[in-house]
Design a protein around this ligand. Sequence first.
Ligand code: AMP
Ligand code: MG
Length: 407
Amino acid sequence: MDESDPNALTVEQALERILATTERVTGSEAVALPDALDRILAEPVAARIDVPPARNAAMDGYALAAADGDAGSRLRIAGISAAGHPWDGALGAGECIRILTGAVVPDSADTVVMQEHVTVDGDHITLATDARRGANVRNPGEDTRAGTVILDTGRRLTPADIGLLASQGIGEVPVVRRPRVAFFTTGDELAPIGQPLKPGQIHDSNRHTLRALLSRYPVVFEDLGVIADTEEAVRSALTRAGESADLILTTGGVSVGDADFVTRLLQREGEVGFWKVAMKPGRPLAFGRFGQALFLGLPGNPVSAMATFSLFVRPALLRLCGTEPAPPWTLRARLLENLRKHSGRTDFQRGVLERRDGEWVVRSTGGQGSHQLRSMSLANAYIVLPRESRGAEAGEQVDVIPFHSVF
Ligand code: AMP
Ligand code: MG
C-alpha cells in the first residue's frame, strides 16, 4: 500500500524546521568538577599547565645518559627516583639511577633503560643492549601544552574530559544554565500508577517515560501531571508552563479530530503548527511556541511518543542545552527476517541488534503497533526502512540506529 500524504513532512524536513527556530538558552554558571559530567561548556577552557609538568619515566628501569649506554657497559646505581620522590643529585660518568614509572628523570639523564634489559649485581647494572637516546622518557607538555584550548564551547563533558580538567588542576568550569523543561500528559482515560483502573482507564505511562528520558539531559524538569481533556485544564497547565519553562513537552491530543480544543487553544494562544510527519510510528506532531517557551506536542501512543522524542525532541533539547546535535549513529546489519511496510513513510521498526560470528545481525521484536510499548522495551535499536520502500528481505543489509545513540 502507498500511504504517501502530500501534506506530510519528511523526518528530515520536520527536524530542519524544529532546529531552525531552536536556540541555546542564555545564561551560564560555574560548577565544580564533581557536578560537571554531561554539562555543556559555556566558554572554551585552556590548559593552565604543561602535562606532564616534568620529564618522567614511562617504565620501571634505570635512567642514564645515552653516551654511557653501549651494550655491555657497567654502571653504578647512584640513587633512586620514585613517583612523587625525585632524586636531587646529578649523574657522573658511568652512573645511573634506579627509576620507577612516573618518576622525574634528572636533567643529567636522557634515557630510561627497561629493567628487563639489564642485569643487576649489588649496586651495579650491566646493559644487555645499546640504550637508545630518549627511550622511555615522557617529555613535559607531551600530553597537553599550557595555553592550548583543550575543550571548546558547546562541549558536553565526558568522563575523559572530567579527568582532563582534573589533570590541569581545574576544579570549576563555566557551563550553560540547565534549560527548564515542563511536561504533562493529556487524556481523560489516564489513571496514575498505584490506583486501580476504572472501566475505560489505562495507566499514564508517557509521563514516566518522559521523566526517564529527560533525566539523561542537563535540564531541570517540572512534571505538571496528567491534564484532563478540557480547555480550562489545558490552558492553565500551558499558561503555567509558558511562564517559566524554556521548553514545554506534552503527549496526546495532537491527532487531527482528537480533542480539537487543544489544537485550537494552541493555535489561538500560542504559535503552534500541527504537522504530519511521514514516519511510522508517530505521525502527528505539534511544534511552535507558547508564552516564553518552545512547545513540542508529541503523539499519545507510547511508542510514537518515544520515537518522536528520539528523533525530534532530543536534537532540540541538545541545541537548547548549548551543544550541537549529531545525526544518530547508524550502522548496517544483516536482516534475519522479511519485513513489510507501506511506502510513503519512513519506518522505524523496533529491532534486536546482535553481534554474531563477527557480524551485526538484526531481527524484529514482533508486533509493531504504536501502542505496544513492550516492543520498545524488548528492542535495542531501530531498523530504518526508507520512505519509498515496501519492506526488506531476510539477508539484506539494512540501516540500524542503536538506541543508546538516540535515547
Ligand atoms: P491521543 O494522541 O491523545 O489521541 O492518544 C493516542 C493513544 O495513546 C490513545 O490510545 C491513548 O489512550 C494513548 N495514550 C495517550 N496518552 C497516554 C499516556 N500518557 N500513557 C499511555 N497511553 C497514552
Ligand atoms: Mg488523548
